[in-house]
Design a protein around this ligand. Structure first.
Ligand SMILES: Cc1ncc(COP(=O)(O)O)c(C=O)c1O
Length: 426
């Protein structure tokens, strides 16, 4: 039923294959949103017909199987087309179309992002990536010599580097929570953070989903412990935003940064910063404007000349996300991960370094093979099976990270299972 309805949209007599882009995208999005109405996300997660329709929105490579969607996600065709369309406008008269016309799109986009994220538009700044968003906080927080920051050695390198630069420059001190991955004990995770909190702790930096192996951390519980001790909380949501179903305020943080070119499938080079309203004035912008002490979140958007086409096309990606729905997407991503990982974990030489418990993981998983280096596994998967993954050797992890996306098919994952069987059988 779903399939017939949907194909009707693509090939029906009222629409040619190349109708006006707007018409196709609006019809397409409303079909994606409408067809599974009333179907429980966990049931829909197994409906290959529905997800095949969603997958048609993407222009995936026919040559390789991309299972590194964790690095950067591709954008659906409608998003790519929007970037190109805006770019063509921009190039007709850049300063006119960018600064007088497209610039007017930023406030509606801010509103839409805020509605999606469950916060006020006055708390959202639009920028280019998670690094820029989080560095704004890390570099902008007023801290003094001897102040302490708690984080883990599994946080993202750019963020570790930024905090270490403050250590070097300002004499703050980083204390590392002794996290061991994977971990399936919420108390233990929280405890690893609280064990490092002291009377000097000013900031706790938490990565919601650890990029190396997909570990989900209980952000809210850690944040509560930090707040009890008077510390502020910075959340790295690069991998959780538009991947897990939540509203930003529910996480209990004070500051949050994310890329939008990961799970939102927005154009490459798009990101977002959220700051709790009452904290805005005390953060100095990374790139200052004329009033760095202002309470206006827009002071963080003084980025110099940047791509308006990329920024404006974020709105199209947001529509696509909302058409699928957060809960449906999260359920499907977890289903895809478990589809391959549950079987792989049973192979004698395979070491799955990611929990299969839904509280601790979703789409991303890390897998090692006894006696093999990360680079060997990656190169075997690519050369023999044309499966593209990310080799990860970091702290105790040595293997590849496998990340499907909503367009990934079970056929792709069957090929992965076959490849892992070759690597992991006794
Ligand atoms: C956990 C985490 N934080 C931050 C980043 C930085 O994202 P970007 O390169 O988009 O700035 C990444 C990128 O992979 C990440 O995985």
């Amino acid at each position: 039923m779903i399939r017939r309805n949907f194909l009707g949209v693509l090939t029906g007599s009222s629409l040619s294959l190349h109708p006006g882009l707007k018409l196709l995208s609006d019809e397409y999005l409303s079909e994606i949103a409408r067809l599974p109405a009333g179907v429980h996300p966990a049931v829909l997660a197994t409906d290959e017909d529905y997800w095949a329709q969603v997958g048609q929105a993407y222009t995936t490579s026919p040559q390789i199987i991309n299972l590194n969607n964790g690095g950067v996600s591709p954008s659906p065709q409608i998003v790519q087309d929007a970037v190109e369309r805006y770019n063509r406008y921009a190039n007709e008269a850049p300063t006119y179309y960018m600064w007088r016309i497209m610039d007017q799109g930023r406030e509606p986009l801010r509103e839409n992002l805020a509605t999606y994220a469950g916060c006020s538009a006055e708390e959202i700044a639009i920028n280019r990536n998670a690094t820029e968003a989080l560095d704004t906080i890390i570099m902008g927080l007023p801290l003094e010599k001897g102040d302490e920051v708690v984080m883990t050695r599994y946080d993202y390198p750019n963020m570790l580097h930024a905090w270490r630069q403050r250590e070097l420059r300002d004499g703050i001190k980083i204390r590392y929570a002794a996290l061991e991955l994977p971990v399936e004990n919420e108390e233990q995770i929280v405890q690893s953070f609280t064990a490092q909190m002291t009377s000097r702790t000013r900031v706790v930096h938490i990565t919601h989903i650890i990029n190396w192996n997909g570990q989900i951390l209980p952000v809210r519980k850690i944040a509560e412990e930090a707040h009890k001790r008077g510390a502020e909380v910075v959340i790295d949501a690069a991998h959780s935003f538009a991947h897990l179903d939540y509203k930003i305020p529910d996480l209990g943080g004070d500051y949050l940064g994310t890329s939008l070119h990961k799970w939102l499938s927005a154009p490459i080079g798009s990101g977002m910063l959220w700051i709790k309203r009452e904290k805005i004035s005390k953060i100095f912008p990374l790139i200052p404007n004329d009033s760095p002490r202002s309470e206006n979140i827009r002071k963080f958007e003084n980025l110099g000349t940047r791509s308006f086409p990329i920024e404006q096309a974020i709105g199209v990606a947001l529509k696509f996300q909302e058409a699928i729905g957060n809960q449906r997407k999260e359920a499907r991503l977890r289903y895809l991960k478990n589809y391959w990982a549950e079987e792989a974990a049973k192979l004698p030489k395979i070491k799955l370094n990611t929990s299969l418990d839904h509280r601790y993981s979703c789409a991303l998983a890390h897998v090692g093979v006894e006696g093999k280096e990360a680079s060997e596994i990656e190169s075997f998967l690519f050369s023999k099976y044309k499966i593209h993954t990310s080799p990860i050797k970091w702290e105790a992890l040595n293997g590849v990270r496998i990340t499907p996306h909503v367009y990934t098919t079970l056929k792709d994952l069957d090929r992965l299972k076959e490849a892992l069987y070759q690597l992991g059988r006794g």
